[in-house]
Design a protein. Structure first.
Length: 216
């Protein structure tokens, strides 16, 4: 059984992370789904990653500067943005930033580029592991992506539904939770700055998932 704590959207406020880790208890892996900072500074990535004593996979969010990837590479964590990593028979692929927004935030990527990257990573990931996890800042379009104005998720990430087993995301603070679509489980962890996270227990052999939304 693999125990994973997943969080996103700290936006430079790490005060509740110790309580999240304490509530989660013993774990094997930590996932950070972006928006580590609130438009910088990049050095906060080192601060946040330094709080973890387990293997950590992290990606940037749209509110992080693109240069944060350099700091993630220097940190204790593994920068999973546009990369593949395996643990036992589980493959993890990462896609940071977000699809374009009306706000012209620092790290936005065109849908076509996201789609091409994810198609390549997913194909490689399927060869590397029996179970495939996508760590994405953006949720899939029409899944845990709703704001007052409507659905604003990423269509390229939505194309991964049915192709990956689990999507861990953040970005849309208002729509945290867990859904299953086309055989893919999606969890939007909510805002770590407000004490939200998700505890994921994965049976690597059977693929059975147990997900608990945490609030501290």
């Amino acid at each position: 059984m693999m125990r994973i704590i997943a969080m996103s959207d700290a936006h430079g406020n790490f005060t509740r992370i110790p309580a999240i880790l304490d509530r989660a208890g013993d774990m094997d892996l930590i996932l950070v789904a972006g928006d580590i900072t609130n438009f910088g500074p990049d050095e906060q990535a080192l601060e946040m990653m330094g709080m973890f004593d387990k293997p950590t996979l992290a990606i940037p969010g749209n509110c992080d500067l693109q240069s944060i990837c350099n700091l993630l590479d220097e940190s204790k964590a593994i920068n999973l943005h546009e990369r593949l990593w395996t643990m036992e028979n589980v493959a993890f692929i990462g896609m940071g930033g977000s699809n374009p927004t009306p706000f012209k935030t620092p790290y936005e990527i065109e849908e076509e580029e996201i789609a091409a990257t994810l198609d390549k990573l997913a194909a490689e990931g399927r060869q590397m592991g029996d179970y495939l996890v996508l760590l994405s800042h953006s949720p899939p379009y029409c899944t845990l992506d709703r704001i007052e104005a409507g659905n604003v998720g990423c269509k390229a990430v939505a194309d991964m539904l049915g192709k990956v087993d689990l999507i861990v995301c953040g970005h849309i603070h208002e729509d945290k939770g867990v859904m299953e679509v086309a055989g893919t489980t999606v969890v939007n962890t909510g805002m770590a700055s407000e004490g939200s996270a998700a505890l994921i227990e994965l049976d690597e052999k059977s693929g059975k998932l147990d997900i608990e939304m945490l609030q501290v």
